[in-house]
Design a binder for this molecule. Structure first.
Ligand code: UD1
Ligand code: MG
Length: 461
């Protein structure tokens, strides 16, 4: 049983400029799996069940606070980015000095909460615990210097390291847990006599040892938990790692992924049993798939609940919809927000549906726009049908009752109500309400001019 980690202060460092991203956007707001890197770190902090989360902001502070703001987060401003030690110092007035302080980095987004719990167990409130990892290529990271007995004696930044220190492959992840009551004096004694002229949090290691506080290294189960993002290449690498982990989670839960390296989950994806997801599908926000759902290749599904037995054929885009059992979509369907499809509805190729409800067994199989409509059960919408829902200023609803047959190429000029069982002939423009069981057509004549000669192409001289 893990100890209760509620008794910890958490400081997340997120003030840095992130120069190596080459971007106007603050580094910690760059998205990983569809949400800001910093949101992942905050989610992990919340998973530790602490109520004391402090985020140090500086570069792009307004944007960071707006994107991330939540009642359980205290933002602290670091006006000048003078280093990680200086950043932690800004947060000191807001921590509980009787509890240890866990320092996380806004640019190390994939650390597991269980790893942080382990670090907490080892360090308690009287050691300096640091999360370290051994990398084949440690370039860019601070190195962990140990003495001949294996004890950590120093952390040296890449830029300040001599050639033998640069050979060290064990690196500092930037994640550490420290006894808070010592922090004020340690941080106050930091010097910036280094290449970057910054106050490094990592220099606290030597001060701690001087004060008889042991520095203990803890390693995560997986290397990717420790990887930081300083440039876009590293962000892209972490995105793939994240997606690989999501794919493995889905496979372990019994989902068939035709190719686990070709799915992107940018939110939460919950799947029932016997779900099959073909290649190149993207899931965004909260998506729930019922049992036996099949998603064909190249679909994008966002904020949607899909009932059991649904088949989503290829190249379909679904955003903000709710689908009943055994619905069939696509190929090439677009469902927009507020679409509710009851069981057994079929919506086919090049059909767009927005803010509409389709009753059970209704069908709209080809080339239609259904917007702001209430469509009853067993209604057949012919190819090329359009609900004219917008008069240029306001939107209006179209109501099509149960068992209506809408012929091809029909326009329904909203607001309009078509009574149950009515038949709209092909090519009808419906301006007025239609009584139940009526046949509606616009009288048009068909003219045939005999022996018509088509224009011939002029010959080029
Ligand atoms: C830091 C560590 C390094 C470690 C690496 C892991 C120090 C001195 N170095 O280096 O040992 O290997 O992380 O990824 O701690 N930040 C502030 N204010 C500042 C400076 C930085 O809030 O004044 C924040 C950044 O936004 C970032 C984090 O601290 O989230 C780390 O800063 P960064 O500049 O990325 O440090 P690294 O060079 O990566
Ligand atoms: Mg960094």
């Amino acid at each position: 049983m893990s100890p209760d980690i509620d008794a910890v202060n958490i400081i997340i460092l997120a003030a840095g400029i992130g120069k190596r991203m080459n971007s106007a956007r603050p580094k910690v707001l760059h998205p990983l799996a569809g949400r800001p890197m910093l949101s992942h770190v905050i989610a992990t902090a919340r998973a530790l069940a602490t109520s004391r989360i402090i985020v140090v902001v500086g570069h792009g502070a307004d944007a960071v606070c707006t994107a991330i703001g939540a009642p359980d987060i205290k933002f602290v401003m670091q006006t000048e980015q003078q280093g990680t030690g200086h950043a932690v110092q800004q947060a000191l007035p807001f921590i509980d000095p009787t509890l240890p302080t866990l320092v996380l980095c806004g640019d190390v987004p994939l650390t597991r909460a269980s790893t942080l719990r382990r670090l907490f167990e080892v360090a308690a409130n009287d050691h300096y615990g640091v999360l370290t990892v051994t990398l084949d290529n440690p370039c860019g990271y601070g190195r962990i210097v140990r003495d001949c007995t294996g004890r950590i004696v120093r952390i040296i930044e890449q830029k300040d390291a001599n050639s033998w220190q640069q050979e060290i492959c064990e690196i500092n992840t930037g994640i550490a847990i420290l006894p808070s009551w010592r922090l004020e004096s340690w941080l106050g004694s930091l010097k910036n006599d280094n290449i970057q002229r910054e106050f490094y949090l990592t220099d606290v290691v030597e001060l701690a040892i001087h004060d008889g506080v042991e520095v203990i290294g803890v390693q995560p189960d997986d290397i990717w938990e420790a990887l930081g993002v300083n440039n876009r290449r590293q962000l892209a690498d972490l995105e793939r790692i994240y997606q690989r982990n999501e794919a493995l989670r889905l496979l372990d839960a019994g989902v068939t992924l035709v190719d686990p390296s070709r799915i992107d989950v940018r939110g939460t994806l919950e799947c029932g049993s016997e779900v099959l997801i073909d290649v190149n599908c993207v899931f965004e926000g909260r998506v729930v798939l019922g049992n036996c759902v099949i998603i064909e290749p190249n679909c994008i599904i966002r904020e949607t609940t899909i009932g059991s037995g649904v088949r989503v054929n290829a190249f379909t885009y679904v955003d903000g919809a709710c689908l009943g059992e055994n619905v069939v979509l696509g190929p090439y369907t677009r469902l927009r927000s507020g679409t509710i499809l009851s069981r057994n509805v079929h919506v086919g190729n090049f059909v767009e549906v927005k803010n509409s409800v389709l009753g059970h067994c209704a069908k709209a199989n080809h080339l239609s726009y259904i917007g702001d409509a209430d469509i009853g059960a067993r209604v057949n919408i012919g190819a090329g049908t359009i609900t004219c829902n917008y008069d240029g200023i306001n939107k209006h609803r179209t109501v099509i009752c149960d068992d209506v047959f809408v012929g091809s190429d029909t326009q329904l000029v909203a607001p309009v109500i078509v009574g149950p069982g009515a038949t709209l002939a092909a090519g009808t423009t419906v301006w007025h309400n239609v009584p139940a069981r009526a046949l509606v057509l616009n009288e048009k004549t068909q003219v045939a001019k005999p022996e018509y000669t088509r224009p011939a192409k002029k010959s080029l001289k």
